[in-house]
Design a protein around this ligand. Structure first.
Ligand code: PMV
Length: 371
């Protein structure tokens, strides 16, 4: 007979978008307006760890986040659980069938999840959190993909950027064209092998939770920002505008994506850094262009941006880049050979000590325990 309860523990890393996802073309399935590209961080102190316990004795599914019980009847999490249960497969051990896939419907799940970094402060906690949620349940239920990347389409429906945390290295999340979202998958486009000297520094400017969630923020941006996309009742002007102007979601991202992919392939740090900074700035410009405007950056964030540009100008080279998500905290990219000098300058200027300074992942999950 099989043990009851069954337990699986997994960890999932944070990913940082270099080409930003901002805006959905379809809310329910979380289909993005544009493709995005990220790096997955290989950093022990920026991870979600999730334990899933399954038992026939439990009366219902339950969830704890950072020690506090949360409602698991959230629509997005329910979608993920439903799809994962649908794809459940037989559990075999030592060549013996332990649980037939039909049996899983009698098991209820207790999910215990912890982040070892500030939650919802623009440090991609939803990405690692939902990736870990989906991956650990998938492991437990022996989830079987019916097409490559299916698991990423499930994580995407938990939180868009979570689909990118299922893979290591440089990851592309395709916007896709299929109505059912089956081609809006994440896939690795390069390992970190050519980028072993890449280092990431995270500057925690503010640990508070952000005021505007990314979900709410991108909804108003899609409705009101012309810089992002012509939306809603402005459609009469659409054709004229599309001919005359270049909108972020339509043209700019695809151009920046191809520059970025080329830079990744050639291990060209200055181009990767330039596109990363331009992308971050354009994303925050879209936030400012949203009505009413959304301010994720604060004065310290802006000082960091100025610092990076001054630093690069003083060195006559682009050796450091910044990027900011939906919060004021900065992620800096540099290379190992520049790390010490940069850290000294940062410390002199801001008195910051970085949270971490590690490279890009190649492998992703460690399944630390699996019954
Ligand atoms: O997946 P969400 O809803 O947390 O949105 C993430 C949006 C950004 O972090 C700002 C950009 C990105 O691509 O990660």
């Amino acid at each position: 007979s099989v043990d009851d309860p069954l337990t699986v523990t997994c960890t999932a890393p944070v990913n940082i978008a270099l080409i930003k996802y901002w805006g959905k073309r379809e809310e329910d399935k979380i289909l993005p307006l544009n493709p995005s590209l990220s790096i997955t961080l290989d950093v022990a102190d920026l991870r979600t760890k999730t334990t899933v316990v399954a038992s026939k004795q439990f009366d219902r599914d339950r969830l704890w986040l950072n020690g506090k019980e949360h409602d698991i009847n959230n629509k997005r999490m329910q979608t993920c659980i439903r799809k994962l249960r649908q794809g459940a497969d037989d559990l075999w051990r030592d060549g013996k069938l332990m649980i037939a896939k039909e049996e899983w419907k009698n098991y209820r799940l207790h999910i215990i999840s912890e982040n070892n970094f500030p939650t919802a402060a623009g440090l991609a906690s939803s990405a690692s959190g939902l990736a870990c949620f989906v991956y650990s349940i998938a492991q437990l239920l022996q989830f079987k993909e019916t097409f490559p990347g299916e698991l990423t389409t499930i994580a995407r429906q938990g939180s868009g950027s979570a689909c990118r945390s299922l893979l290591g290295g440089f990851v592309l999340w395709e916007s896709g064209t299929a109505l059912d979202g089956s081609d809006s998958i994440a896939r690795q486009i390069a390992t970190g092998d050519k980028w072993k000297s890449l280092r990431v520094i995270i500057l925690i400017v503010n640990e508070q939770q952000k005021k505007t969630s990314s979900t709410a923020g991108m909804q108003t941006s899609v409705q009101t920002s012309d810089l992002l996309k012509v939306g809603g009742d402005r459609n009469i002007f659409l054709i004229i505008r599309l001919i005359k102007e270049k909108f972020r979601a339509k043209e700019v991202v695809s151009m920046q994506l191809s520059r970025m992919r080329d830079a990744i392939e050639k291990a060209d740090f200055p181009t990767l850094a330039t596109v990363t900074m331009q992308e971050s700035n354009q994303f925050h410009a879209c936030c400012l262009d949203t009505f009413p405007p959304i301010f994720y950056l604060n004065e310290v964030s802006k000082e960091i941006i100025q610092f990076v540009h001054d630093y690069n100008a003083d060195n006559n080279d682009i050796t450091v880049a910044y990027t900011f998500d939906a919060g004021p905290n900065a992620v800096l990219l540099t290379r190992e050979e520049n790390l010490e000098k940069l850290m000294n300058s940062l410390h002199q200027k801001f008195g910051f000590f970085p949270v971490t300074r590690e490279g890009v992942t190649r492998s992703v999950f460690e399944n630390s325990q699996s019954d």
